[in-house]
Design a protein around this ligand. Structure first.
Ligand SMILES: NC(=O)C1=CN([C@@H]2O[C@H](COP(=O)(O)OP(=O)(O)OC[C@H]3O[C@@H](n4cnc5c(N)ncnc54)[C@H](OP(=O)(O)O)[C@@H]3O)[C@@H](O)[C@H]2O)C=CC1
Ligand SMILES: O=C([O-])CC(=O)C(=O)O
Length: 436
């Protein structure tokens, strides 16, 4: 329920509080009254006395109201900026949807988004948080923490359990909400449970999101979930969908740096090929350390093919064993990296990995999959695939294995992609407790 519904005489004319829109549109009297509200929480306005002595009822939130995204607390208020001049260089507000917003990864990510670390210090943002019945209260808690953080660039926060409301006009959709695996599980065993979430969310994005929305799927198994999502959103370019493999790239860089005895900023051109699973291929053939091919710096080929490769492939599973739950902080950091790679130009000669749609790829990888490949961006949100990469038999064989796994996963979800009856026969490796 909106503030205006509780106070019909106080029309809330704007909650878009970015730059010039901040000019106060409420009369002084109205503003004073709104400021006196002790708290407006997702439509539940806890209010006893306002300045003009109106006794407000405490609204009871209906189930229907819960579904509607509502501005949250302080983000419902209109207020003057102290130094409005400083905001003249601000860009147009962008809308960012985050699903699983009450989960572990989001708990790290949301504060990075709000701080300006992701989209830059001139980019005001609106956060649209998607949860479910079971997480609704937790979402309110998250929104309260965002309020208390006083981020200047965070102009709006709304929470809802309805993707059609949350995705309305969004420029970015960060799809994190999905069950994580526990110890001893493979990510592919989440296909059944999580796949449907991404079919539903694809439909919602298709219906209401910005036509140029960029979608980053994090929930596992993220490649096939991204495929499901894009298949259910035919009006959004398939190129706009990404599956997060940046965490794997970061893990690979760290291991190469460790072995070479250099700091990890000296490692570049690392591609993760394929699936975000134990079949993923961390590419040491094209990677560089201090600008030199990795093999010239680390000449232990056995280590590269076996220890390095497996360490990266199984890093997520080992972490679950140690911590009891899947990586959250480093995943949030890698989401930041993944987005920043699309909104800032890629450094000359380098590239980054992302799980993207394979149609028209120059590497001969089967079309119609979401496969991690090397990308470059001009910083406009779009990307192109890198052409000047080399292959040897080892790399090609490994890529084929990951491709086979993704083709099998795709068959398992045919009922969710509109491609008929699902037949699920995953390659043996995928079903083994490969990360134990
Ligand atoms: N691609 C990558 O590199 C990585 C991907 N991941 C994946 O990201 C996803 C989220 O991880 P994380 O934030 O740690 O998980 P959490 O369990 O902390 O949060 C996940 C959120 O997903 C929602 N959800 C939807 N369906 C279910 C379900 N059936 N069971 C439980 N939760 C569900 C819940 O929110 P609500 O109730 O609001 O729907 C929950 O808050 C997982 O799938 C995980 O495997 C994790 C690390 C790396
Ligand atoms: O391993 C998991 O299930 C979580 C994840 O995707 C990762 O840490 O890479």
């Amino acid at each position: 329920m909106a503030v205006a519904e509780l106070y019909p005489s106080y029309t809330k004319t704007t909650i878009h509080s970015s730059s010039s829109q901040l000019s106060t549109r409420l009369s002084n009297r109205r503003r004073l009254s709104l400021r006196s509200l002790s708290r407006a929480q997702n439509g539940r306005v806890f209010c006893s006395v306002v300045s003009n002595q109106v006794q407000a009822p405490v609204a009871v939130q209906s189930e229907e109201a819960k579904k509607k995204p509502e501005c949250y607390g302080v983000f419902c208020l209109t207020y003057d900026l102290k130094a409005e001049d400083e905001t003249k260089s601000w860009k147009k507000l962008i809308n960012i949807a985050v699903s699983g917003a009450a989960g572990m990864i989001s708990n790290h990510l949301l504060f990075k988004l709000a701080s300006g670390e992701v989209f830059g210090p001139n980019q005001p943002i609106a956060l649209k948080l998607l949860g479910s019945e079971r997480s609704f209260q937790a979402l309110e808690g998250v929104a309260m923490e965002l309020e208390d953080s006083l981020f200047p660039l965070l102009r709006e926060v709304s929470i809802s359990i309805d993707p059609y409301d949350v995705f309305q006009d969004v420029d970015w959709a960060l799809l994190i909400g999905a069950k994580p695996r526990g110890p001893g599980m493979e990510r592919a065993s989440l296909l059944d449970l999580n796949g449907k979430i991404f079919a539903d969310q694809g439909k919602a994005l298709n219906a209401v999101a910005s036509r140029n929305v960029k979608v980053l799927v994090v929930g596992n198994p993220c490649n096939t979930n991204a495929l499901i999502c894009l298949k259910n959103a035919p009006n959004i370019p398939a190129k706009n969908f990404h599956a997060l493999t940046r965490l794997d790239e970061n893990r690979a860089k760290c291991q190469l740096a460790l072995e070479a005895g250099v700091f990890y900023d000296k490692v570049s051109n690392v591609t993760i090929w394929g699936n975000h699973s134990t079949t993923q291929v961390p590419d040491f053939l094209n990677a560089r350390i201090n600008g030199l091919p990795v093999k010239e710096v680390i000449n232990d080929i056995k280590w590269l093919e076996k220890e390095f490769t497996e360490r990266v492939q199984k890093r997520g599973g080992v972490l679950i064993q140690k911590w009891g739950r899947s990586s959250a902080a480093s995943t949030a950091v890698s989401i930041v990296d993944a987005i920043r790679s699309l909104v800032t130009p890629t450094p000359e000669g380098d590239w980054f990995s992302s799980g993207v749609y394979t149609k028209g790829n120059p590497y001969g990888i089967a079309e119609d999959l979401v496969f991690s490949m090397p990308c470059r961006s001009k910083g406009d949100g779009d990307y192109e695939l890198v052409k000047d990469v080399i292959f040897d038999d080892y790399l090609l064989n490994r890529i084929r294995k990951s491709e086979a796994e993704l083709l099998a996963e795709k068959k398992c979800v045919a009922h969710l992609t509109g491609e008929g009856i699902a037949v699920c026969d995953l390659p043996e490796d995928t079903m083994l407790p490969g990360e134990m």
